[in-house]
Design a protein around this ligand. Structure first.
Ligand SMILES: Cc1ncc(COP(=O)(O)O)c(C=O)c1O
Length: 479
């Protein structure tokens, strides 16, 4: 048996490169990262692809060791280029993220050191860094010290956890689901609807509150709907407000909603996945007044803090409710329970083993300082306003409401022809060009172009380029 163990040890030692090998692997990886970052200004924001990309699926996972240079080549030439380039300054679609390089260094350290970040007993350091991030966001939202939360992989999971927590806090049992009412708007992100289904609340009553011209929930209508539901014997359970809708960047009137929810003891959740970090700006703080009265809020550092994808956050006003929604018992975890003055992420979320994801937020925040983020976010707001103004002035263009944050809709409508088809064509031409990427949406059944400024790399030069392209492509389509 010893002989076999030794043979296996010999082979398995391949998994641990020696110093020389490690240095050479790092060098190859870092060289590509450097090439990528250096060439970013010349890279496309979107690269069209065909089905040949699917050949990646045929790559064999072999028994024998591969070569780092070849593997990096695959990543560089075949994996990364096709499709959207979220690292590009020209990414003005969906909700741009960006991907701060400092977070890459944090991810590297997190993976090398690999602390067990879900449990305080195992890694108090990693847990405390996550707590620091949660406390910082809770303060930003304006919650009292009783607040708690956790870092998720993104906004969808954070919203799901909020819904589960609200379900448990209101003690909704299966028999009560059909009686429970959730209030949303037509602008609520689809992940909330999906989360309701996943959370077992699929059969609850969903009320879509009408919106004003700025795409904000009509709070008067909300009040009327709640009262009508109460009269019918239903149980108004939860209002999901948005602080920055995906399509239009609309911020609901949170203060007014808070007044209604507190009167009727309704769980008040704010999806601030996109807009939340504008709270570090004076204007954003004013706009989101009332968020501090909510029961829970989602903020996505991989949006408004420019962290690479894979980081969302749920903050709950009363941490104890998160704990109660996620209690567990397992004998094999008994050692971890010996230290219990601090709640671990595993006590506050559905996750147990956890990537040390707080480091990717902590490092850039500490390294660059909040002031740099504030400047970047104020800049993005102004860039969006500037772009909206310029497009409003362009011949034949219609704009949606002026951006509250950094997103708005627009379309070309020269007053003749098939307007939807023309806008689809403008979008196609701009995507083919690739220097700028927009996404599209629909408003009242109309095909709309949509511009979102949120990458930390997007500055005035990119916006000028985008405006030029929009004008040029519209003229081309009109001709
Ligand atoms: C307002 C809003 N909520 C939730 C989400 C979902 O977040 P994620 O994509 O991180 O799961 C998004 C994504 O764009 C969003 O804009």
């Amino acid at each position: 048996m010893i002989k076999r163990i030794k043979e296996l040890e010999n082979r398995s030692r391949n998994l641990e490169p020696d110093t020389e090998e490690w240095q050479s692997m790092k060098k190859a990886t870092d060289a590509y990262a450097g090439r990528f970052l250096d060439s970013l200004p010349l890279q496309k924001a979107y690269t069209r692809f065909d089905s040949s990309v699917d050949e990646l699926l045929n790559e064999e996972i072999g028994e024998e060791p591969g070569k780092i240079s070849e593997l990096i080549r695959t990543v560089e030439n075949r994996v990364i280029p096709p499709g959207l380039n979220p690292a590009s300054a020209g990414h003005l679609g969906y909700i741009p993220g960006g991907g701060l390089p400092a977070s890459a260094l944090a991810d590297y350290l997190a993976a090398v050191t690999n602390p067990y970040a879900g449990v305080y007993f195992s890694s108090p350091g990693a847990v405390l860094i996550e707590k620091q991030m949660i406390q910082w966001m809770a303060k930003l939202v304006g919650y009292p010290p009783s607040a708690g939360g956790y870092l998720s992989s993104g906004g969808s999971l954070a919203n799901l956890t909020a819904i589960v927590t609200a379900r448990e806090a209101h003690k909704i049992k299966p028999a009560g689901i059909e009686n429970s009412v959730v209030y949303l708007s037509g602008q609520t992100h689809h992940c909330v609807d999906r989360a309701l289904n996943i959370a077992g609340m699929g059969e609850c009553v969903r009320r879509y509150v009408p919106m004003d011209k700025q795409f904000r929930m009509e709070t008067g209508e909300l009040k009327v709907m709640i009262e009508a539901d109460l009269e019918q014997g239903l149980k108004p359970w939860m209002v999901v407000a948005s602080a920055g809708t995906t399509d239009a960047g609309a911020v609901d009137s949170l203060d007014e909603i808070a007044e209604i929810t507190s009167k009727h003891n309704i769980w008040f959740h704010v999806d601030a996945a996109y807009g939340g970090f504008f709270l570090i700006t004076d204007e954003g703080k004013k706009m989101m007044k009332g968020i501090e009265k909510s029961d829970s809020a989602v903020l996505d550092p991989h949006k408004g803090l420019f962290i690479p994808y894979g980081l969302g956050a749920l903050i709950v006003r009363d941490q104890q409710l998160l704990v109660e929604a996620h209690t567990y018992q397992a004998d094999y975890m008994q050692d971890t329970k010996t230290v219990n003055h601090i709640h671990s992420p595993a006590d506050l979320s559905p996750e147990l083993s956890k990537h040390f994801r707080s480091l990717r937020m902590w490092l850039p925040l500490k390294l660059h300082g909040v002031g740099s983020f504030r400047a970047a976010l104020e800049e993005k707001m102004l860039l969006a306003r500037y772009a909206w103004q310029k497009i409003s002035e362009m011949d034949g263009f219609e704009t949606g409401p002026a951006p509250q944050l950094s997103v708005f809709m627009f379309r070309y409508n020269p007053g003749h022809g098939d307007v939807d088809a023309m806008n689809r064509e403008i979008h196609r031409l701009i995507t083919d060009d690739g220097r700028i990427f927009f996404s599209t949406t629909k408003y009242k059944g109309n095909f709309m172009l949509r511009l979102a400024v949120l990458s930390f790399r997007t500055h005035l030069d990119t916006i000028e380029k985008a405006l030029q392209l929009i004008k040029e492509k519209a003229e081309q389509v009109n001709a």
